[in-house]
Write a protein that binds this ligand. Structure first.
Ligand SMILES: Cc1ncc(COP(=O)(O)O)c(C=O)c1O
Length: 393
């Protein structure tokens, strides 16, 4: 009989089970919203990136339905052949105006935007200087580019400077950071990195996936938050989190965007968004511009929930954003915390190595603008009960 050549994968899964790190996918049976049904249980949902509740906003839903009626359900081609619809172009124009940049290109996801951009603007002669906690899509983009990769410890600007000092002045350099780090919720040191990029002649790039719709005026991101307009060459944002829909975009100079139209591989080789996606993103921009109080509600809930966790005595790390980790230590402990919370009616996903350091496993919480104070208090009461049972507080 033929031996299974994939048996080593089964062995890896067994190891995960032994370590308590094996995860079943939780199945969402209702809408992605503040209280919803996962795996047959109604829970307060602290695990989505739906910061502003836009996944179910009536204006976005209407926009999607109208676009389907007007344009159908699919684009039918990659952007560079027959798949550029007028809605795609309108979205790029609106995003460029929103971001105060010359131009924008939209990719199928934030992942594709990061990986497609880094891999196409760099060659194997170049070097990228990257924060140790940058997102996987940046890491993959760096690897695909074949540029040399120099990693500096998280947010350590002096270490980044030391790396830059040792590099030849003539070598092309990309300095890259997340705007908001997705597992700890802290901000990249953008002003100091912009200074460094100017001193050493680097291309400066920021991945604002978790800042899009959350930081800056009307959710314009960390460049706006830190008043760094004109000092960041490449800004990536996502349309999949606070925007409530799907996609990623790159904002920058007209030539950068035209170059990505010609060389960004996900843009060239993967079908463009259905028209309903572009239409919902346009409606999300309308909401950000016309209903900014929704962002204020997000921050009000964030302050309430963080203060609650801290006063209970949890270790919530160094977060400065609506992402608040509750650090549990070992991976199996974080998973136990997550499972027990779920049984109490709260969904906060456990996250362990390799996504975070081995001794820093956690549950990650994200509140949204649409949680009520009662829902958040219910979640805090569950954290108090389970945290005491597990000796975390
Ligand atoms: C920091 C960061 N960058 C990029 C992405 C990718 O965004 P998307 O989900 O739109 O592919 C994510 C999301 O998972 C993220 O957390």
């Amino acid at each position: 009989m033929r031996q299974d050549p994939l048996a080593y994968l089964t062995a890896e899964l067994d190891t995960l089970r032994e370590q308590g790190l094996y995860r079943r996918l939780r199945i969402l049976e209702g809408r992605q919203q503040a209280t919803t049904v996962f795996d047959g249980r109604s829970v307060v949902n602290l695990s989505s990136n739906n910061y502003l509740g836009l996944t179910t906003h009536p204006r976005l839903i209407e926009a999607a339905i109208q676009a389907i009626r007007d344009f159908g359900v699919g684009s039918g081609s990659v952007r560079t052949i027959a798949g550029t619809m007028s809605l795609h172009m309108e979205l790029e124009r609106r995003l460029a105006a929103f971001k105060h940049t010359e131009a924008v290109v939209v990719f199928q996801s934030g992942f594709a935007a990061n990986a497609g951009t880094v891999s196409s603007v760099l060659t194997k002669e170049d070097v990228v200087i990257s924060d140790s906690l940058n997102h996987a899509s940046i890491i993959d983009g760096c690897r695909l580019s074949r540029a040399a990769i120099k990693v500096f410890p998280h947010k350590d600007v002096d270490a980044a400077r030391a790396i830059l000092r040792d590099l030849p002045a003539s070598q092309r350099k990309l300095l890259i950071t997340d705007g908001v780090f997705s597992m700890d919720g802290d901000l990249g040191p953008l002003p100091a990195l912009c200074d460094l990029a100017e001193e050493f002649g680097c291309i400066m790039m920021v991945d604002d996936a978790h800042a899009s719709g959350v930081f800056g005026r009307n959710g314009r991101g960390t460049v706006d938050h830190f008043h760094m307009h004109g000092r960041v060459d490449i800004q990536v944002g996502t349309l999949s989190k606070a925007f409530g829909s799907l996609g990623g975009y790159v904002a920058g100079s007209k030539d950068l965007i035209e170059f990505l139209y010609h060389r960004g591989r996900p843009f060239l080789f993967s079908t463009s968004h259905p028209p309903s996606v572009a239409a919902t993103c346009l409606a999300a921009l309308d909401v950000l511009e016309q209903e900014p109080e929704i962002i204020e509600r997000l921050w009000d809930n964030t302050r309430f929930f963080k203060a609650g966790l801290t006063s209970l005595g949890f270790d919530t790390g160094i977060s400065e954003s609506p992402i608040t980790p509750v650090i549990a230590g070992e991976g199996s402990r974080a998973m136990e915390l997550s499972d027990r919370l779920f049984r109490e009616g709260v969904f906060a996903q456990g996250i362990a190595f390799p996504t975070v350091a081995k001794d820093k496993a956690r549950v990650r919480t994200i509140v949204t603008a649409t949680h009520t104070k009662d829902e958040l208090q219910f979640a805090l009461d569950a954290f108090k009960k389970v945290g005491s049972e597990l000796g975390l507080i």
